[in-house]
Design a protein around this ligand. Sequence first.
Ligand SMILES: C[S@@+](CC[C@H](N)C(=O)[O-])C[C@H]1O[C@@H](n2cnc3c(N)ncnc32)[C@H](O)[C@@H]1O
Length: 191
Amino acid sequence: MSESFFEKEKNVRQYLEMTADYDGQWFLEQFLKHIPKEYRALELGIGPGKDLENIRQHYDVVGSDYSFVFAELYKRSHPEVKIMVLDAVSIKVKEQFDCIYTNKVLHHLPTEDLIQSLQRQSEVLSQDGLVFHTFWRGSGQDKYDDLLFNYYETNELKKFFEQHYTILCIEYYKELKENDSILVVAQKTTK
Ligand SMILES: C[S@@+](CC[C@H](N)C(=O)[O-])C[C@H]1O[C@@H](n2cnc3c(N)ncnc32)[C@H](O)[C@@H]1O
């Protein structure tokens, strides 16, 4: 199978340069506000690992990415942190987590895969488990090289999440421009 966008080292290097100034403070503040300190968390799509770096100062957390290149880069500089190569759709783990989170990752999935990922996440979560995810707001999709960007409005996201979760928070925030992004925090629904 051919390598996808972030499995290519040149794209990873370019992304690292582009995001060098990102400090992740807003994401950390929101995470601290919504996720209990004793919750054990799994991050899908760590990328350069800035969010992981911030969150692991406060939580017990395992990092992952489907890109071996990103996973290895972080692992090499942080051998003390558990890092896995995981696809956000299949999430092939045996253990359960109290929280699964992503920051601007799930928009790279085709919509059917996003729906499947949310279902798989609910299986990996412990009882009362929480998901914490961010999305680009809008409609339609873009493709950069073979990298997909899907944009969603809150009503669509609500529909996807409500199949397996009770939504605790869904709000707009500013990444680059006012209200260009959406944060969703939701709790696994008890069957
Ligand atoms: C915007 S970056 C995440 C940045 C990260 N939150 C940080 O702290 O810098 C998006 C990441 O999603 C990962 N990704 C894309 N599709 C994925 C998938 N299907 N499964 C897991 N990770 C994926 C990419 O490899 C990339 O590292």
